[in-house]
Design a protein around this ligand. Structure first.
Ligand SMILES: Cc1ncc(COP(=O)(O)O)c(C=O)c1O
Length: 374
């Protein structure tokens, strides 16, 4: 069976983890954490980076930093992972779900303004499959209505919008290093702070509500409880693993993009002939090779293609069920139908995409799909 995902090992992970373990400092915020944070800040122009134990944790920090309170509203796409909305609900916010574009699952930026009310505090956007949302439009609305923008860049490492790294445009951003992501540490993530106002508080929230980071830098002579927070920082062992991945980022990206292009070239004619939609990269964005998806014509067709692939030794998957229809939020949802979100819920299918997927395996997957009679 060709699996859907296989985390790639660069070969240096154990070496760096060994170094971390024998350095005698394996809790968080040590040398490897610093090396990873410096790398991301320098490469992508992020103002400040803090590694976290997951993207969900980084989003939780965003919700605290954005000072989301009961009665506030946050605009979130319905077609996304639970965490994008969950973290604001935990703070007591009401979620105003937005629909996706017809061309791709990203939030339809043209429809956001109609959802803004005097209670709106923030807009969360998701760069689905690492493809940029229409950030000029989103930031223009944020300026006009004095809102915060949080980029859920879980899938968007090393991808750009008009030359600017995703995650560097909103006030805050969150990335994932879960094992399904381009670079990973098993479970892991990072918070990006692009707005100076949040830098000091973010460090405190990260360190259980204490000013321990300032203490370690010698800026205060004792540390104490100064704010809310939690233990959001990963251990040095995780950071060491991530550092090995970072060192191979260019190679990983090159292979992942080559796989994406091979799928695209092999399937585009068949897709056009059969009404199947593939990722469209807008002229303002880049492709980071995170995911190759296809949008089938119906739920029945998607189910049949998944079954056909499985019978031929290929594990393909679907994901994201419109959050406004979820068991948890359904009864609380008061908005309109979100037809594009529902369409992706029923019809989007993801093909295997990981570094070690061979050209022969990709050829087999393409041939199997083309054998399917639509
Ligand atoms: C868009 C989006 N946001 C958030 C997350 C949560 O990431 P993590 O598992 O690192 O918490 C995911 C997970 O894949 C995701 O796809």
């Amino acid at each position: 069976m060709i699996p859907f995902n296989k985390p790639y090992l660069t070969g240096k992970e154990m070496h760096y983890m060994y170094q971390a373990v024998y350095s005698g400092k394996i809790s968080g915020n040590g040398l490897f954490t610093q090396k990873c944070q410096d790398y991301f800040q320098e490469k992508y122009g992020f103002k400040k980076v803090l590694l976290t134990t997951s993207c969900t944790d980084a989003l939780e920090m965003c919700a605290i930093l954005a000072d989301i309170n009961p009665g506030d509203e946050v605009i979130v796409p319905s077609y996304t992972f639970v965490s994008t909305a969950l973290v604001f609900v935990r703070q007591g916010a009401k979620i105003i779900f937005a629909d996706s574009n017809a061309e791709n699952p990203n939030i339809d930026a043209e429809k956001i303004e109609a959802l803004i009310t005097p209670k709106t505090k923030a807009i969360a956007v998701v760069h689905y499959a690492g493809i940029a949302c229409n950030m000029d439009k989103v930031m223009q609305l944020a300026d006009k209505y004095n809102l915060l923008v949080i980029e859920d860049a879980a899938q968007a490492i090393n991808s750009y919008y008009k030359g600017r790294a995703l995650g560097s445009i909103g006030h805050l951003a969150a990335f994932s290093f879960h094992e399904t992501k381009n670079i990973n540490s098993g479970e892991g993530g990072m918070l990006v702070i692009n707005d100076d106002r949040f830098v000091k508080r973010a460090e405190i929230i990260w360190e259980k509500g204490t000013n321990r980071s300032e203490f370690f830098r010698g800026e205060v002579n004792k540390y104490e409880w100064v704010d809310t927070g939690s233990s959001f920082l990963p251990s040095e062992i995780n950071a060491a693993y991530l550092y090995a991945q970072i060192e191979n980022l260019d190679e990983i990206q090159a292979r992942r993009k080559a796989i994406f292009n091979k799928y695209f070239d092999g399937l585009k004619e068949w897709g056009n002939a059969n009404g199947i939609q593939f990722p469209v990269i807008p002229s303002y964005g880049t492709n980071n090779g995170h995911m190759f998806y296809m949008v089938c014509k119906s739920l029945d067709q998607r189910t049949a293609i998944i079954k056909h692939l499985k019978e031929n030794g290929v594990h393909a998957v679907f994901h994201y069920l419109s959050l406004h229809k979820s068991t948890y939020y359904n009864a609380k949802y008061e908005g309109n139908e979100l037809c594009h979100s529902d369409h992706y819920t029923d019809c989007l299918l993801r093909l295997p995409l990981y570094f070690e997927l061979t050209d022969g395996q990709i050829d087999h997957i393409i041939a199997t799909i083309k054998n399917f009679s639509c």
